[in-house]
Design a protein around this ligand. Structure first.
Ligand code: AAO
Length: 471
């Protein structure tokens, strides 16, 4: 593993949506580790309702680590394999609710449950749930959002000490098994005071410090909603999702990336956004991929360019999303049965056939940009300049430079960088350093950026020192 440990590892998170534990373990060894991914965020590991749809993952039946994605033994093995490859596993913790009130029967691991608040395998009884049995209808009312049911899901009373202790036991067990942290689901539906209590009880139980693991909270901010449910209320307990990023990236790349109002230069600059060191960001996640507020694989080159931008820029902790191609929003992972998701197979032909995996972590430009992100860590954005309609270039001090052409025609230009003179691999275009650009002593290079393409160069990828792990 000498090669692997020499990689400049950083904070990039790959979201391995609906990927089973065996496949995540394999990717840790084959791709995430070698390319310098810091963490892999996996789908919820606890027992859920059965069903082919992906969203069964978000309907817990018990906290047994036995799900469509694998057994506890496979989960534990994945953590060890990923750790050996230098990659931390982040578990998606569904703690706001249990299964829908419209469901009852037996979960994936055989635990009984019903729509009346009975989950004997935890155990939870009806008194562990909020009294409100209506679905959330009014996001301008915090009480409605936090005490009623999100999409009909039975809403746990996290103000109740018994409920908190069950959740804390579950999260403590995951930490004990070696997870590097959590993505906490539906946090705006849990009162900020309850999240704070949960977290401090978790720290007390495990004896860990709050910097020992990631705590990323899903809170979709919206100025039209109640003030108690906004991201700002949760900054004290950890990182918070910033969904303005995916929305802005879509506006920018679907229009002019240099637009004063909707362009890339506005990303993260507003004081109403989550501060950079607390922000969890992505071009898309599984929810936005099925909605209207993000670019997805269906957007072709704009999707790839937006991912490159996010990995090259210095706002927030970037996530690279890896799911599967689909036509139906409910469709589960390729060949999923009601109780199991089979091993992930990565297409080698670049096709986007519905029912096949995306394997974004294997795309050349993504691998290259993860290397770029790690190489430019702790530098500022420099040399920002528009080189034409829908063309922008910027650097990260003397470590890297990205030129993005989001227009429909190629553009030749002389780009000004702060890089040392030399020849650099274009890591956006190729994975073998077969395409290079030469930076002159004055920091400039002259090159043609293809339509809907980019040139990405950094000090970690030069022909002289190039190895396959540089990219
Ligand atoms: C399924 C079935 C339901 C059935 C239920 C129970 O689909 O018909 O009733 O089972 O049997 C996922 C699926 C659900 C699924 C659920 C359970 O998406 O369809 O229900 O599993 O199986 C809100 C929450 C946010 C949540 C999001 C989906 O705040 O936490 O809804 N995301 C997470 C997960 C998600 C999961 C759950 C939570 C549940 O990532 O995959 O659900 O565990 C506004 C609000 C947001 C709100 C959205 C959507 O957002 O602000 O808080 O998210 O609306 O309702 C602009 C605005 C923004 C707005 C957005 C809407 O960006 O600025 O404010 O547009 O697109």
């Amino acid at each position: 593993h000498a090669e692997i440990s020499s990689v400049n590892r950083g904070d990039v998170i790959v979201i391995a949506f609906q990927t089973n534990w065996r496949s995540v373990a394999r990717e840790c060894t084959e791709t995430y580790g070698p390319e310098g991914v810091g963490y892999v965020q996996v789908s919820p590991p606890q027992e859920t309702i059965t069903g082919t749809q992906w969203w069964t993952s978000y309907q817990p039946v018990s906290y047994k680590l036995d799900s469509k994605l694998g057994t506890e033994a496979e989960f534990t093995n994945m953590i060890a394999t990923c750790k050996a490859a230098g990659v931390g596993v982040i578990a998606d913790a569904v703690i706001n609710h249990m299964a829908g009130a419209d469901r009852s029967g037996t979960g994936v691991a055989g635990s009984k449950f019903d729509g009346e608040g009975n989950f004997p395998a935890v155990p939870y009884t009806p008194s562990d749930f909020h009294d409100c049995t209506e679905n959330i209808i009014n996001y301008s009312n915090a009480d409605n959002v936090q005490n009623c049911r999100l999409s009909g899901l039975q809403d746990l009373d996290t103000g109740n000490a018994n409920v908190r202790s069950k959740i804390v036991d579950y999260m403590a067990k995951l930490l004990d098994l070696g997870v590097a942290g959590f993505r906490v689901d539906a946090v705006k539906h849990i009162a900020a005071a309850d999240v704070a209590a949960l977290k401090s009880e978790l720290l007390a139980k495990t004896g860990l410090d709050e910097n020992d693991f990631l705590f990323e909270q899903e809170v979709i901010g919206s100025t039209s909603e109640a003030k108690e449910i906004q991201p700002v209320n949760y900054l004290g307990t950890g990182k918070v999702s910033e969904f303005n990023v995916n929305a802005r990236l879509k506006q920018a790349f679907n229009g002019d990336i240099n637009s004063a109002t909707f362009g890339l230069s506005g990303i993260g600059t507003s004081s109403s956004w989550v501060p950079s060191n607390k922000a969890a960001v992505w071009v898309t996640n599984w929810d936005t991929e099925r909605g209207d507020n993000a670019l997805t694989y269906k957007d072709g080159s704009r999707y790839l360019l937006a991912n490159a931008f996010l990995l090259a820029y210095n706002y927030g902790q970037p996530h690279v999303y890896a799911g599967y191609y689909f036509n139906n929003n409910d469709a589960g992972a390729p060949s999923a049965s009601t109780t199991q998701v089979p091993d992930m197979k990565c297409p080698t032909d670049g096709s986007q056939t519905s029912g096949t995996w995306q394997c974004t972590q294997r795309w050349t430009a993504i691998r290259g940009m993860i290397g770029f992100h790690n190489a430019v860590a702790h530098t500022k954005v420099t040399d920002w300049k528009e080189y034409g309609d829908n063309v922008v270039g910027f650097g990260r001090a003397d470590k890297g430079y990205l030129a993005i052409n989001n227009s429909e025609s190629p553009l030749e230009a002389t780009f000004t960088t702060s890089l040392p003179a030399g020849t650099y691999c274009n890591v956006y275009a190729v994975g073998d350093c077969s395409k290079t650009v030469t930076v002159h002593r004055d920091g400039t290079f002259t090159a043609t950026v293809g339509a809907g393409s980019a040139i990405a160069i950094h000090v970690g990828a030069q022909p002289a020192t190039w190895t396959s792990t540089s990219l």
